[in-house]
Design a protein around this ligand. Structure first.
Ligand SMILES: Cc1ncc(COP(=O)(O)O)c(C=O)c1O
Length: 379
């Protein structure tokens, strides 16, 4: 058994050798020729499977410690396909701080299709337990959550979900399998926006579902091939290449995030910094227990809305753009972007107001990044 950073480069589960090529070739094929009648080839049609995608999927499954992983065209494609395994009735308990696109999909696709969602502050296991119902099929959380960095105790949530025969689904986008292993902590399915840390270069969209058991994997694969939102071979190649450098990128991003968080916390223009690496973060103890790093994400609340807008228009090195997890440091205004569709009252209740900004630390020099923020704050 190798450590995860070695597996990023040398997966052990992927037996395919393509003429000794050190990289997985891009199999730009929609279909594969059958060997004969009743003599199937290993691959038949790329919506079902493709050798480039198979190699990527086994790498991600190994990193997350799952029985299987399925790659999708985006994180949202993965999540939307996943909802099909619950059919057209049932109850899902979801954390109340989720990526805005996930909330939109729950409200406008899975909800009207028959699933009932109960949103709760999942940082308290008691809140999850008190919402269990006889028809609860899953508990769905992001930890840490996007964008207010709330932490859910995965082992406790798993125990509660399982006590009711429900699944625990964890979106592990923010920490990646290198810093957090939800399946080992008891989760049944891991969700990823592979667009983020796994891809790591802001050059492709991707999504993953990683299943703990072959039975769950079989269900998901049925809907994956039926819905058809699969990841194209070239994008698989890009994500596989991204994963090879995940460990070094994440280390630098986490170190940068910590320095940025400490800097911002001392600034009079900043009211609050949301960063899970601060010992006074409410989820710090759980984080120390269940994660091996604090990640590259943080959010902040400025003193005035004007200040938030000034920062966005003044930064030079930070790019004002959506997304996260890539090598470029990004700064986002969740109110206007990632969470623009969340009803205002709900958004404000969660602290996502006109002073709230989210930062994804990249791999640039920390001092340069801090100088950029300092000059934007002082403008
Ligand atoms: C935590 C989280 N999950 C899922 C998604 C959706 O992923 P994608 O943008 O790849 O569809 C995002 C996107 O920002 C996200 O931040």
């Amino acid at each position: 058994m190798f450590e995860k950073d070695t597996v990023c480069v040398h997966p052990t589960r992927c037996p395919r050798s393509f003429y000794g090529s050190i990289t997985t070739p891009v199999f730009a094929a929609a279909t594969f020729v059958h060997k004969g009648v009743d003599r199937e080839s290993e691959y038949s049609y790329s919506r079902l499977q493709n050798p480039t995608r198979a190699a990527l999927e086994s790498r991600v499954a190994e990193l997350e410690g799952g029985a299987d992983a399925v790659a999708f065209a985006s994180g949202m494609a993965a999540e939307t396909t996943l909802m099909n395994i619950f059919g057209s009735s049932g109850h899902i308990i979801a954390g109340d701080d989720l990526y805005g696109g996930t909330l939109r999909m729950f409200r406008h696709i899975a909800g009207p299709a028959g699933l009932r969602f109960d949103f709760t502050d999942a940082t308290s296991p008691g809140n999850i337990r008190s919402r269990l119902r006889p028809d609860t099929k899953a508990v769905y959380v992001e930890t840490p959550s996007n964008p207010t960095m709330q932490v859910t105790d995965i082992a406790a949530a798993a125990e509660i979900a399982h006590s009711a025969g429900a699944l625990l689904i964890v979106d592990n986008t923010f920490l990646s399998p290198l810093f957090q292993q939800p399946l080992a902590l008891g989760a049944d399915i891991v969700v990823h926006s592979g667009t983020k840390y796994l891809g790591g270069h802001n050059d492709t969209l991707a999504g993953f579902l990683v299943m703990k058991t072959p039975e769950l994997a079989e269900k998901v694969r049925f809907y994956a091939k039926t819905v058809g939102a699969c990841l194209a071979p070239f994008d698989c190649f890009l994500v596989e290449r991204g994963i090879k450098t995940l460990a070094v990128r994440l280390e630098k991003q986490a170190a940068n995030a910590e320095k940025i968080a400490r800097f911002l916390r001392e600034r009079p223009e900043v009211r609050k910094v949301y960063y899970i690496g601060f010992p006074d973060h409410p989820g710090y103890e759980v984080t120390k227990r269940q994660c091996s790093g604090f990640g590259g994400m943080l959010s902040l609340e400025t003193d005035t809305p004007e200040r938030a807008r000034k920062i966005l228009s003044s930064v030079k090195l930070f790019q004002y753009a959506e997304s996260l997890g890539g090598v470029d440091s990004l700064i986002t205004y969740p109110m206007c972007q990632t969470h623009a569709d969340v009803p205002e009252e709900e958004r404000l209740r969660r602290g996502i107001n006109d002073r709230f900004l989210r930062i994804s630390a990249g791999i640039e020099n920390a001092a340069d990044l801090i100088a950029d923020l300092r000059s934007a704050l002082e403008k």
